[in-house]
Design a protein around this ligand. Structure first.
Ligand code: GDP
Ligand code: MG
Length: 137
């Protein structure tokens, strides 16, 4: 398996509860290396563009408001099968459905405030990494 990169975001509900260290530990203990990271408060323009794929979903406005509501730790994780591995570590979107021991099972508050984002395909990972870290492309 060749090394792959994926984009992770620790979302405002998790940064505000000081869960950054605990969540990063999940990545590192699973063998993913943090190769870039930036703590930032997204602008509405950045959040809106990042989640443009969801623009027709009923929760789009709520999602953008939430993503700009506090600091987010945006990072690039690298390792074998990074995209799928990160999605496994995260657990299901709805924390009620997330497997025991996953990040969302342990730390998410709700389907909206669900602690983490992770790219869902290698193609989207490349787009999302370029969006936040153009210098890595
Ligand atoms: P993900 O890939 O597991 O993050 O899930 P999606 O791509 O389907 O959704 C993107 C993000 O939108 C989720 O992580 C949630 O923060 C938010 N979201 C998803 N479904 C809902 C919903 O039904 N209501 C609200 N308010 N937010 C949602
Ligand atoms: Mg998604």
């Amino acid at each position: 398996m060749t090394k792959q990169r994926t984009l992770s975001i620790i979302k405002p509900d998790a940064t505000s509860r000081n869960l950054v260290g605990k969540i990063l530990s999940h990545f590192e203990e699973a063998g993913l290396t943090i190769v870039a990271a930036r703590m930032m408060t997204l602008t509405p323009e950045q959040a809106g563009q990042f989640y443009i794929i969801h623009k027709d979903r009923p929760f789009y406005g709520e999602l953008i408001d939430y993503m700009v509501s506090g600091r987010a730790l945006v990072s690039v994780l690298e390792g074998d099968d990074a995209v799928n591995l990160n999605r496994k570590l995260m657990g299901a979107t709805d924390p009620k459905k997330a497997d025991a021991g996953t990040i969302r099972n342990l730390y998410a508050e709700s389907i909206a405030a669900n602690a983490v984002h992770g790219s869902d395909s290698a193609e989207n990972a490349a787009t999302e990494i370029k969006f936040f870290f153009p210098e890595l492309a």
